[in-house]
Design a protein around this ligand. Structure first.
Ligand SMILES: *[C@@H]1O[C@H](CO)[C@@H](O)[C@H](O)[C@H]1NC(C)=O
Length: 285
């Protein structure tokens, strides 16, 4: 067990006066637990306890609380979100605590707070960016190359749950194909117990009925991220442990965000959808 030196504790006390952190307690280094899935591949193997959220008990606090962040990180809301969250809940075991810089916090918050809101949660007070140091040399800073997403790639966004149309008429399907930019069929899969994996996934291939502006290599991932961002909507689309095939139509907005517009559950007996998608090739809108 490594015990923190007095100097470092004193420095830390200066660096983060507002942290919920017991300065009287000595700290120790432990291997990042296997059950702490979200930080297991963060790039280092040992973490310091108590962490920067003040958690010290691995079984009762550190591991279970780390699961709270999983749905957010799996949404892919920011390329440095994992690094940011793990720097707090599983701080790297160096001579000193490395806090995230305020500008890293702001970058992650600006991208991820809307996703968290979509999942039904406010940006938590423990991640209030004012708590983090402004000087860039003593903290974890934003990676310059990662700070901007490519603007022109279609990307999923938070939206109202699209209309689910059961047992549609052929014309309803053809109209939806005409009115929206793209249409794909995809099998939505929902895990019974996520246990570190994403709760929702696209099972198998995505078939294009109307490709529109979607990129063939990116669409499966894009739909998967859509499900993980719009978790509360995804909950209503497929039962735990099941897969459900859907015909999905949607459009890509000017800013590149992808909006799903109609969801048609595609059951085997649904001849109307099958006939409509076949007719589509020769259909004039
Ligand atoms: C197919 O569409 C017709 C109307 O065009 C409708 O009456 C029928 O219920 C639909 N069939 C199914 C299986 O949804």
């Amino acid at each position: 067990m490594t015990v923190f030196s007095f100097t470092v504790v004193a420095l830390l006390a200066l660096a983060c006066p507002s942290m919920a952190f017991d300065m009287g307690q000595s700290t120790r280094c432990v291997p990042i637990p296997d059950q702490m899935k979200i930080c297991k591949d963060v790039g280092y193997s040992e973490m310091r306890l108590p962490n920067l959220l003040g958690h010290s008990n691995v079984e009762l606090e550190v591991v279970p609380r780390s699961e709270d962040w999983r749905p957010l990180l799996q949404s892919g809301c920011h390329p440095q979100a994992q690094e940011f969250i793990c720097s707090l809940i599983a701080p790297v075991c160096l001579d000193t605590f490395i806090q995230p810089c305020r500008n890293l916090c702001v970058a992650v918050r600006d991208s991820c707070a809307p996703v968290l809101a979509c999942q039904g949660h406010a940006w938590p007070e423990v991640l209030n960016c004012d708590r983090f140091p402004a000087q860039e040399d003593t903290c974890l800073s934003p990676h310059p190359k990662l700070s901007h997403f490519p603007k022109d790639l279609p990307k999923p966004a938070c939206q109202n749950c699209p209309e689910v149309v059961n047992s549609p008429a052929k014309k309803t399907v053809l109209d939806a194909l005409c009115q929206h930019d793209f249409a794909v069929s995809a099998k939505l899969y929902r895990r019974r117990q996520p246990m570190g994996d994403p709760e929702f996934e696209i099972d198998g291939r995505v078939e294009f009925i109307r490709q529109g502006p979607l990129l063939p290599y990116d669409t499966r991932h894009l739909l998967q991220q859509w499900l993980l961002i719009n978790l509360r909507c995804a909950d209503t689309l497929v039962r735990p442990g099941r897969t459900q095939l859907y015909l999905l139509t949607g459009s890509v907005q000017h800013d590149g965000s992808v909006v799903l517009t109609r969801l048609f559950p595609w059951h085997k007996k649904d001849a109307n959808i099958t006939v409509a998608t076949r007719k589509w090739r020769h259909h004039r809108c």
